[in-house]
Write a protein that binds this ligand. Structure first.
Ligand SMILES: Nc1ncnc2c1ncn2[C@@H]1O[C@H](COP(=O)(O)OP(=O)(O)OP(=O)(O)O)[C@@H](O)[C@H]1O
Ligand SMILES: [Mg+2]
Length: 261
């Protein structure tokens, strides 16, 4: 099969993922257009995280392909995909909660640092300058997100809404060409959601094509002109939020009962 064109940030074709007897994804197809914030919605266990994991290389598709600006990335390991410019945030940040905010944001440049082990030994002043520049960029991002005053706070001491925004800053420091956001509002209260929403506006203002996965359908509808609805790994449809939410089969997906009219 030929790859898609180089203008298309992300193209997923015939994505199928099997875990033993479970079909976590079954023939999922979508494109993310330049500058677009593309939504994915669906109930618990629909396959949303599994889909993002397949795009980022954490899971390997059983069948199908993922192309990134026309280049096939499915089958590559996660660090290779991330080095090409695919950024992501995490639904669960549990393992990182001992980090301080600024330290955590700096992790966004880790793949660069790894690639530069040679440089770090033979060009120490250069590395120091790079580190300083990255630190000041990280601070600028925190500033823009209204979080600069928390740079030295521990992530575990901060509300989920703040942690999610810090995670967006980390992902942005990696200069992603495409960004995957997994449940940026999970665990947050309404007030925090407005802040997370602003952070996503900041991402789209930068023109970064983004895939936004979230439980909160209103939240996704506010940011995305197109959404994909997933149910038990199957794609129910792709369309505008208004168009999708008016469909009986989509209503059934969310309510878990057949629509009567
Ligand atoms: N590593 C795994 N091993 C086995 N089954 C898995 C694995 N990861 C996901 N699954 C299964 O795949 C299906 C989709 O799970 P996934 O986590 O992608 O759902 P989700 O839509 O992200 O749900 P949530 O809204 O709760 O985050 C579920 O049935 C889940 O049990
Ligand atoms: Mg999930």
């Amino acid at each position: 099969m030929s790859t898609t064109d180089q203008e298309t940030p992300l193209a997923v074709r015939g994505a199928l993922l099997r875990f033993g007897g479970i079909l976590a994804l079954n023939d999922v197809n979508f494109d993310v257009e330049p500058g677009e914030t593309f939504g994915i919605i669906g109930p618990n266990g629909a396959g949303k995280t599994a889909l993002l994991n397949c795009v980022s290389g954490v899971y390997r598709l059983t069948e199908g392909n993922v192309d990134f600006f026309g280049e096939r990335i499915s089958g590559l390991p996660p660090h290779r995909i991330s080095a090409k410019g695919l950024g992501r945030t995490f639904q669960n940040m549990e393992h990182f909660r001992r980090f301080k905010v600024l330290e955590y944001v700096m992790l966004g440049r880790m793949h660069e640092a790894r690639a530069s082990v040679f440089a770090s030994v033979f060009a120490w002043p250069y590395m120091e300058r790079l580190e300083r520049e990255e630190r000041s960029l990280a601070m600028e991002l925190l500033e823009e997100l209204g979080l600069a005053h928390l740079a030295q706070a521990k992530l575990s001491d901060l509300p989920y809404g703040v942690q999610k925004r810090v995670d967006i800053a980390r992902a942005l420091l990696g200069r992603p060409k495409v960004l995957l956001l997994d449940e940026p509002t999970s665990g947050t209260i309404t007030q925090e959601r407005t802040e997370v929403s602003r952070a996503i506006d900041m991402v789209s203002a930068r023109g970064v094509p983004t895939v936004l996965v979230d439980h909160d359908v209103d939240f996704v509808s506010r940011h995305c002109a197109r959404v994909l609805v997933l149910s038990y790994g199957k794609q129910v449809g792709v369309g505008s939020p208004a168009e999708m939410l008016a469909r009986p089969d989509v209503i059934e997906t969310f309510l878990g009962t057949p629509a009567t009219s």
